[in-house]
Design a protein. Structure first.
Length: 400
């Protein structure tokens, strides 16, 4: 079985990009089932790659390998996972030295649609593409061999991305046992509780590790507003760093409860931490109306753009929320603002922030830029892998 591409539509694959879009496909030869491995050839029948077939998705195939003689079997996945572990070890992330890190970052680690996070002897897996419906069992076998001390593997494939692949979202235990109570990890000297069963994504946002540490370094003696706080990460690092006051804001009561537990776990009960269960847009407007100001504000919202068709609407949302936040900055205040929408480029995000500052009649300077942590590598031929971007803005007292 193979997929034939239209003339001149093989260029991206020749540059080792791992996706084949439906618009590039001329013919599907044979009758491949959802997730089956197919050969991808150009319009003249020349081999290009092996890929997992997805008849319902705009991404019609995701590439396993560009090697003609490669077999997509258990040995293949063992090699890929060992490469993942080797690249993390180079950066100091491995079970013996770090008890929480991303082991596999999907296409960026040559495992399309597969995300694996390691949390203190437990593995949390997201399988977001059709190919894993064929290879799920083999993946579990490989993981148990590579991590013999693993206590349990949970699948957290409850993302809407699976629906685009023609798959049902699901959460289930794949091996061992997963505790009902939150698992405790450590990040840059802080203890964090992670809910593997129902927490966001795989349980926690490991990609913001470096940014959270930086906020802790900047927070001394500052009034801090942490928006979309989830389980409190940025706010906890701010409190540990000596902030004068922290307000944690999230719409989820259960997330805020875990944030309170995380504060207690780190002996921060006596710190000036306030919790607000609220829609962030509404809360920011209330702060504006009351004349509140803050020295350091963190905006780390969920993904606003799930597809290119949503970029314009998402850009308006990012501008609105940054405009509100900039207006709340005290003279000399800082805003750490983020976007995890892969469809929003770094250039567009910077323009959005700049336009928001102009509309807020505030001069801002970009002091630093942020990206996802080192255990979330980006494949050179897959720029889409650079999804997280952030800016640290400084606002002086001048108005325009």
């Amino acid at each position: 079985m193979h997929i034939s591409l239209l003339p001149s539509r093989e260029k991206s694959l020749l540059r080792l990009h791992p996706w084949v879009f439906s618009g590039a496909v001329d013919k599907v030869n044979g009758n491949p089932k959802l997730g089956e491995n197919v050969e991808i050839v150009d319009s003249k029948g020349n081999f290009l790659a092996w890929g997992a077939y997805s008849p319902n998705s705009q991404i019609r195939a995701r590439v396993w390998s560009f090697e003609r003689n490669e077999k997509i079997d258990k040995d293949f996945f063992v090699r890929k996972l060992k490469r993942c572990l080797e690249s993390r070890s180079v950066m100091g992330f491995e079970p013996k030295g770090a008890n929480a890190f991303r082991l596999a970052n999907a296409e960026n680690d040559f495992l399309p649609g597969c995300i694996i996070d390691y949390y203190a002897s437990y593995l949390s897996v997201q399988l977001l593409s059709a190919g894993w419906e064929i290879f799920r069992g083999i993946l579990v076998e490989c993981l148990m061999e590579i991590f013999p001390n693993c206590k349990g593997i949970i699948e957290r494939s409850d993302s809407s991305v699976r629906i685009k692949e023609g798959l049902e979202p699901q959460v289930k235990i794949l091996a061992g046992e997963i505790p009902q109570n939150a698992v405790e990890i450590e990040e840059n000297g802080l203890k964090i509780l992670v809910d593997l069963h129902s927490g966001h994504k795989t349980g926690y946002y490991l990609d913001q590790r470096n940014a959270r540490k930086r906020i802790g370094e900047l927070a001394k003696d500052k009034r801090v507003l942490n928006c979309f706080c989830y389980t409190g990460g940025f706010g906890l690092f701010a409190a540990k760093g000596g902030s004068k006051f922290v307000r944690q804001v999230d719409v989820s009561a259960s997330a805020l409860e875990l944030a309170k537990q995380n504060a207690a776990l780190n002996g921060l009960e006596s710190a000036e931490i306030e919790y607000a269960e609220a829609d962030v847009f509404t809360h920011l407007r209330k702060c504006r109306d009351k004349g509140e100001t803050f020295d350091l504000i963190i905006l780390d919202p969920p993904k606003f753009a799930e597809s290119t068709s949503q970029v314009e609407k998402a850009a308006k949302g990012y501008k609105d929320i940054n405009l509100l936040a900039i207006k709340l900055l005290a003279p000399g205040g800082m805003l750490a603002t983020f976007s995890c929408s892969g469809h929003i480029s770094a250039e567009l995000f910077q323009k959005i922030a700049a336009d928001a500052a102009v509309d807020a009649k505030r001069q801002v300077q970009i002091l630093e830029s942020f990206r996802q942590a080192q255990d979330h590598p980006v494949l050179g031929s897959f720029p889409e892998g650079m999804y997280l971007k952030g800016l640290l803005l400084f606002s002086g007292s001048e108005q325009i």
